[in-house]
Design a protein. Structure first.
Ligand SMILES: Nc1nc2[nH]cnc2c(=O)[nH]1
Length: 450
């Protein structure tokens, strides 16, 4: 609990998919928990009085002239331990990458000092990239996963964290596999631990890594834990040819149906990727109210296909964006907004120039930057069912301040040429870490200084 805060400045947000709103010279009042109480534009009858009240009470932060506040990003798919592998090992298929590079790296998190070095750096990196909410896969290790929760709490990042469950000796190496009992007990113990922290910022997540890495007994047990504890669930779904076909061979059905059968497809499930889902499975995802973490950059390296994003949005599936560190070699949701637009264009146009335009791509698959901005902010929040992602009453003030004039920044604005929408479009397409001057979570400054 802190004191109430308020902010005056220019805010951009996307309250609905495909639409943006500009709040110029607006006053946003928050309560002591950092939730937005009121959004007052200059033409509101109570604006002047409220402004002076906040000023006199010493609660007002006036954002510097020429800066813009955006909602903080929700990154719906991060492998926390893989941060050390960002930009490496991108030239082999998923199944080789996991066995040769990723599992050996993750096994090292048995060492807590190794884990601390990585997790401190990761959380700092994400916060300074504007990511205020992170959905994390950790590792199998109880202690290192608890450490990640502690670090997020200390640094002030909103985080949903899962101890990874993987007990299938046929798919997991002997140096990085656990018993079914350890997977289930460990998951439950981590949930209890996080809940004992009594923090609104950190939530536990039931995390079967993917169907291949889990036995049916573990999947069943994890479904049961998710139901009893009312937790979020995260897993990978129909990511690549190999992975999708593995599940078809083993269970005779797609990942989505299989997860559903184990009680793992709920209103609080986030499926990473979902590239190969059939229309029927997309309908099932919609009907269960589950969300999808679309990871466009990672998909270029590991997925053999492009997620049918537009089709999913038209069906009403809740979708947000994920970096998929380190399948995607960038910790930035800005990069992933750009890749979401670009990959949707590739899907729309098709990529084989030898084919006639008429049958080269899948028509009407493209999205624009407005939709990408929604996915990165409120779309991600909706998929997680968290009150963040936009500047609306009742939501937490999780935000990032963009300074287009930052000396080493990458945004080029022209006062006389750029409309408000142009400014936001330029931010979406060209902002970099150097332009992110300040970041707040629940109205508390976590990056930059006030
Ligand atoms: N991209 C990706 N896919 C996976 N499937 C199972 N584990 C992983 C992982 O760590 N990254």
């Amino acid at each position: 609990m802190t004191t109430p805060r308020s902010f005056k400045g220019t805010f951009f947000h996307a309250p609905v998919c495909g639409g943006i709103e500009v709040l110029r010279d607006t006053l946003i009042r928050c309560d002591a928990e950092g939730r937005i109480l009121e959004v007052l534009r200059p033409d509101a009858p109570t604006y002047a009085e409220a402004l002076s009240e906040e000023r006199v009470a010493g609660r007002l932060e006036t954002l510097p002239e020429g800066t813009y506040a955006l909602p903080g990003f929700c990154d719906l798919h991060i492998h926390a331990p893989q941060w050390l592998q960002l930009g490496k090992a991108l030239d082999v298929p998923l199944e080789v990458w996991l066995q040769k590079h990723t599992f050996p790296l993750e096994a090292r998190y048995a060492d807590l000092s190794f884990a601390r070095r990585a997790y401190e750096g990761l959380v700092d990196d994400l916060l300074s990239n504007g990511t205020t909410t992170a959905l994390y896969f950790a590792t199998q290790h109880q202690d290192a996963t608890r450490l990640l929760a502690d670090i997020c709490l200390t640094k002030g990042q909103r985080a949903l964290i899962g101890k990874v469950a993987m007990d299938n000796p046929e798919q997991c190496p002997d140096f990085y596999v656990e018993s079914t009992d350890a997977a289930l007990r460990g998951t439950k113990a981590f949930i209890d631990h996080v809940r004992s922290l009594n923090s609104d910022l950190i939530k536990p997540v039931v995390t079967p890594r993917f169907i291949a890495s889990c036995t049916d007994a573990a999947l069943e047990g994890l479904g049961d834990i998710a139901r009893r504890c009312g937790c979020h669930v995260q897993t990978h779904c129909s990511e690549s040819d190999w992975e999708h076909n593995y599940v078809l061979d083993r269970h005779g059905r797609e990942d989505t149906d299989s997860l559903d059968r184990f009680g793992l497809l709920t209103r609080h499930t986030v499926l990473a990727h979902a590239n190969f889902i059939s229309d029927a499975n997309m309908q099932t995802i919609h009907d269960r109210g589950a969300g999808v973490a679309h990871c466009p950059l990672s998909n270029y390296y590991f997925s053999n296909a492009v997620f049918p994003l537009k089709r999913a949005l038209e069906k009403g599936v809740r979708v947000g964006l994920g970096t998929d560190i380190s399948g995607g070699p960038s910790a930035s949701i800005y990069d992933n907004m750009r890749w979401a637009v670009a990959s949707s264009r590739a899907l729309h146009d098709g990529v084989d120039a030898r084919l006639h335009w008429d049958n080269r791509g899948i028509r009407d698959s493209q999205i624009d930057w407005r939709t990408a901005f929604y996915l990165a902010t409120k779309g991600g929040a909706e998929a997680l069912d968290l009150p963040v992602g936009s500047f609306e009453p009742g939501r937490y003030f999780d935000a990032q301040l963009i300074d287009p004039q930052a000396p080493t920044g990458t945004i080029r604005l022209m006062d006389d040429l750029d409309s408000d929408a142009d400014v936001l479009q330029k931010i979406v397409y060209t902002a970099s870490k150097a332009n992110i001057a300040r970041v707040w979570v629940a109205a508390q400054c976590v990056v930059g200084s006030v």
